[in-house]
Design a protein around this ligand. Structure first.
Ligand code: 6PG
Length: 249
């Protein structure tokens, strides 16, 4: 049974998300000396990032934080479609995280395939683990969910859903905007995380939320159903409208 929490307002959802991220950071830094986080794009995490931009030093020791992106659109950082740019604008430029510890997905490579290869190499380097071995275990991976049930850039019906031997892959656009190529973590990386936190807002998500959380979703149809951390925690934070069709809401 997947765990979820329903928050009354988007502000409350952001506050709860930030609280969980600070807790994960404190635990990781205490136990392993650093905190590895993968941010997500989309609109649902925006308020969380805005809140975290004002984290106190007691809440977040930015000097020990390593920031990644779980997926990005294959567009220049200057584009309004860039997930990295959104994260930078709302969060990263406001906090004292060292530049050397921020790892955007490169979108200036000749092809999206090269970008995916480069990002997998970056993961291997930072986590000091060969790509032939088990995937890196992020302390926390944040995800949003599209109306069609996609997460990161793992879209319904695409071959990316069955990749087991790569950490990062490229993808053509899904059916939802923007219609641009993507680079994305695969399920093996998402499911190796110590914690995965979904941030889901809006009534349009309600049917997919119901199908996934009530156990009636096929991964091929609603890819977010494939996020099942092997030994990590999974929590969905929902606003009232996204939770609107849940039987027990
Ligand atoms: C992207 C995302 C994507 C997003 C969902 C939900 O690049 O678009 O990373 O997976 O999280 O589409 O987006 P919203 O929060 O805007 O609904």
């Amino acid at each position: 049974m997947t765990e979820y929490e329903i928050l009354t307002t988007n502000k409350e959802l952001a506050a709860r998300a930030a609280e969980l991220i600070y807790d994960a950071a404190q635990e990781a830094i205490q136990e392993r000396g650093r905190f590895t986080v993968a941010l997500t794009g989309g609109s649902s995490p925006r308020q969380t990032y805005e809140l975290m931009a004002h984290a106190t030093p007691g809440q977040m020791d930015w000097a020990k934080v390593f920031v990644f992106l779980g997926d990005d659109r294959f567009v220049p950082y200057s584009s309004t479609d860039s997930n990295y740019e959104m994260c930078r604008e709302l969060l990263l430029k406001h906090v004292p995280v060292p530049d050397s510890q921020v790892f955007p997905i490169h979108t200036d490579t000749a092809t999206k395939e090269e970008s995916a290869e480069l990002y997998a190499e970056t993961l291997a380097q930072v986590f000091e683990t060969p790509q032939s071995g088990p995937p890196p275990a992020f302390d926390i991976i944040l995800l949003g969910m599209g109306d069609d049930g996609h997460c990161a850039s793992l879209f319904p019906g695409m071959p990316t859903l069955t990749v087991t031997d790569q950490w990062v892959v490229s993808s053509p656009p899904g059916t939802l905007p923007p219609p641009v190529d993507r680079v994305t973590f695969t399920f093996p990386v998402l499911n190796a995380a110590r914690q995965v936190l979904f941030l889901v807002e809006g009534a349009k998500k309600a049917p997919a939320v119901r199908d996934i959380l009530e156990g009636n979703a096929a991964v091929d149809v609603h890819p977010s159903a494939g996020v099942q951390p092997v030994s990590g925690k999974l929590l969905w934070l929902l606003d009232r409208t996204a939770a609107g069709l849940l039987t027990k809401a």
